[in-house]
Structures are given as structure tokens and as C-alpha cells.
Design a protein around this ligand. Structure first.
Ligand SMILES: Cc1cc2nc3c(=O)[nH]c(=O)nc-3n(C[C@H](O)[C@H](O)[C@H](O)COP(=O)(O)O)c2cc1C
Length: 328
């Protein structure tokens, strides 16, 4: 049974990549994940703000307007932020000494400003690839969608001109024309697109009347959005597609391969079940392939993509026409 696949130009033993999260922030945890079967890891993201902070002089830091990156002042202990860049580069080189699986560094960014040359330091530290987690929240009522979308291309193009290692982009679905954006981004020279990132969602606590985070971890029912868009876009893009969000078992991986994904990323299921779940997912895939008599992932990859579908409209159906008229 051949579970191997290729992603960003790397030959992977199987399609299970560990997505960026707290589990991919120490050599020990990453070793455990790889020992349990992960074929590649995306390191916990370093934030653009952390990089810029390290680059600035003390005077520039004092002069930085408080409004520029408001979250940074809430989120970080300014005593330790200074060390985070060195820590990140050390993490990359230390992990590379310990594991043979590809190590993908991750940068959380919103602009193509001062931080971009840092991509070269990531490459020099030994990362096999860089995943850009770009998210410009489309909440500014004075900005056009073109202005927001332009930022993505600026970031991607400037990082691509900085490094030789493969670059991938993890996206959200908040675009006015998602298919167009995915297609255009795939033509920039990135080697992969990850669909989709998952975001902090606010909820209200009705006792304290405060805003609280909710649904931090995904559930299997969150699979649909990424499944639909992998199916719509696979075979229409110029790079690999990697599925992310709501992948909790072997069946979900199989579905994403049927949709056309080259690989998948898992995170929440690790938090729920621990690293041994990777082996369980791989066993489930093997069992299904045996039953269906598929010898490799290529035997069924993309079989249910929109472009190969006999009923392509089903992927674009948005309303519950049938269900509106029935009780179920
Ligand atoms: C606790 C936690 C921490 C995360 N940290 C990061 C991060 O640093 N960078 C990033 O790009 N994504 C981060 N993510 C998002 C995941 O990489 C992933 O895209 C998302 O959780 C969807 O996958 P899942 O449904 O398997 O959890 C984080 C997710 C969780 C739950």
C-alpha cells in the first residue's frame, strides 16, 4: 500500500502534515509527531510583529504608534518578545538536526514591510519551506476589496524574491471572489496553497458581559468548507493544494484526496486525542484503500473534484432547496 505523496516538491511518506500550532514549537514534540507517523511539520508561526520588534532600535520602538499593531501590546510580554526571533531560528536548526521529515517554517503576516528580509534568515537556518499565514481582516469599511487583496500579492512577491526554498500560503475564505484569488495566487510562483486557516471566533459571556473566544478547536463537521473548495479548485491551479480544518480521521483525509488535495494538515485532533491519532488515521486510510483495491493515493486523487464530476453544479449549490420544504 503506497501512501506516499508529493507536496511543495517534497516526497512525503504519507499525506499527514502537522499544521502550525503549539505542538510544533519544540524539538521534543515534533520528534514525537514524526515518530508517530507525521510526514512533515509546519512550525508554530512567528508573527510579523515579533520580527519587526527585533529589528527596530529602542528609540524606534518607543516611537512606534500604539495603533499600528494594537494586538501586539495585549498579546506579548515585551520583556520576552526580544528573544522570540533567536528562539525561532534556533528551533528551525535544532529540529532539522533531529528529524528527517520536511520542516516548514510559518510566518503570520499582514504586510510586505520590514519583516520580509527575515525570510532569508529562516532559509539560512535550514527550513525546508516557508508557509505564509496571511490574513487581512476585511473589516475596514474604507478599504476596497482590491486594496485588501493587493496586500496578499505584495507579501507573496516580496517573499518569493527573498528566498529559494518553496513558499506556500495558508488562506482564509474571506475574499470577494475566492476562486479568482486562489487561482491568481497559484500563478505567483508559490508551490502550495493551504485551504483554510481557522480563526479566533468571538462569543459573548452573558454573565460577565464580556467577549470570549469560542470553538478554538475544530470538529469533524468543520470539514465541508475546505472539502468544497479543494474540490472546486484542484486541477485548476498551478500549485499543490493542501487541505486544512476539520480533518479528524482517516475518512476526512480520504475525502480530501478524492477532492484533489496533495496533502492535509491536522491540528485540533492532536489536541483532542494526542499524537497516536496519526497512526490511527493512517490505518483507517490503508483499510479503506484495501477494501477499494487502490494501491496508491494517485489511484483515487481528484476523482471527486469538480472538474471531473458528472454533476459539477453540486459543488456550487448553496441553498438548502430540498430541505427547506421538509421536516427532518
Ligand atoms: C491551539 C492552536 C494554535 C494554532 N496556532 C497557529 C499558528 O501559530 N499559526 C497558524 O498558521 N495556524 C495556527 N493554528 C491554526 C491551525 O494551524 C489550523 O490551520 C487550524 O486549526 C485548522 O485545522 P484543524 O481543524 O485541524 O485544527 C492554530 C490552531 C490551534 C487550534
Amino acid at each position: 500500500m503506497d501512501l506516499s505523496t508529493t507536496y511543495l516538491g517534497f516526497k512525503l511518506n504519507n499525506p499527514i502534515i502537522i499544521g502550525s500550532c503549539g505542538y510544533t514549537y519544540s524539538v521534543k514534540d515534533i520528534k514525537t509527531l514524526v515518530d508517530n507517523g507525521a510526514s512533515a511539520v509546519v512550525l508554530k508561526s512567528i508573527f510579523e510583529e515579533e520580527i519587526v520588534w527585533e529589528m527596530e532600535t529602542n528609540i524606534a520602538k518607543m516611537q512606534r504608534p500604539m495603533t499600528m499593531y494594537p494586538e501586539i501590546y495585549d498579546y506579548y510580554d515585551l520583556e520576552t518578545i526580544e528573544d522570540s526571533v533567536t528562539k525561532y531560528l534556533n528551533l528551525i536548526s535544532d529540529v532539522k538536526k533531529e528529524v528527517s521529515a520536511p520542516v516548514i517554517a510559518s510566518v503570520n503576516c499582514v504586510s510586505a514591510q520590514e519583516w520580509v528580509p527575515f525570510a532569508k534568515r529562516i532559509e539560512n537556518a535550514g527550513a525546508d519551506a516557508i508557509e505564509l499565514n496571511i490574513f487581512v481582516m476585511p473589516s475596514d469599511i474604507n478599504k476596497t476589496s482590491q486594496e485588501n487583496e493587493h496586500a496578499y500579492f505584495e507579501i507573496i512577491n516580496s517573499v518569493l524574491s527573498e528566498v529559494k526554498i518553496p513558499v506556500s500560503v495558508k488562506l482564509s475564505y474571506y475574499f470577494s471572489n475566492l476562486a479568482y484569488m486562489i487561482k491568481k495566487i497559484s500563478e505567483t510562483g508559490v508551490k502550495g496553497i493551504v485551504l483554510f486557516n481557522r480563526f479566533f471566533e468571538p462569543d459573548f459571556d452573558l454573565d460577565s458581559l464580556t467577549v470570549t473566544p469560542t470553538n478554538v478547536l475544530s470538529s469533524p463537521s468543520d470539514l465541508g468548507k475546505s472539502l468544497r473548495w479543494i474540490a472546486i479548485m484542484s486541477e485548476r491551479v498551478n500549485c499543490d493544494l493542501c487541505a486544512s480544518t476539520g480533518i479528524h480521521d482517516g475518512k476526512a483525509v480520504i475525502k480530501q484526496i478524492l477532492a484533489g488535495a496533495k496533502a492535509v494538515q491536522i491540528v485540533s485532533v492532536l489536541y483532542k486525542k494526542g499524537p497516536k491519532v496519526i497512526g490511527e488515521i493512517l490505518d483507517e486510510i490503508k483499510l479503506w484503500m484495501e477494501e477499494k483495491e487502490f494501491a496508491s493515493l494517485d489511484d483515487f486523487r481528484g476523482r471527486l473534484s469538480q472538474s471531473r464530476s458528472l454533476n459539477p453544479a453540486v459543488y456550487e449549490r448553496a441553498q438548502f432547496m430540498h430541505y427547506f420544504s421538509e421536516k427532518f
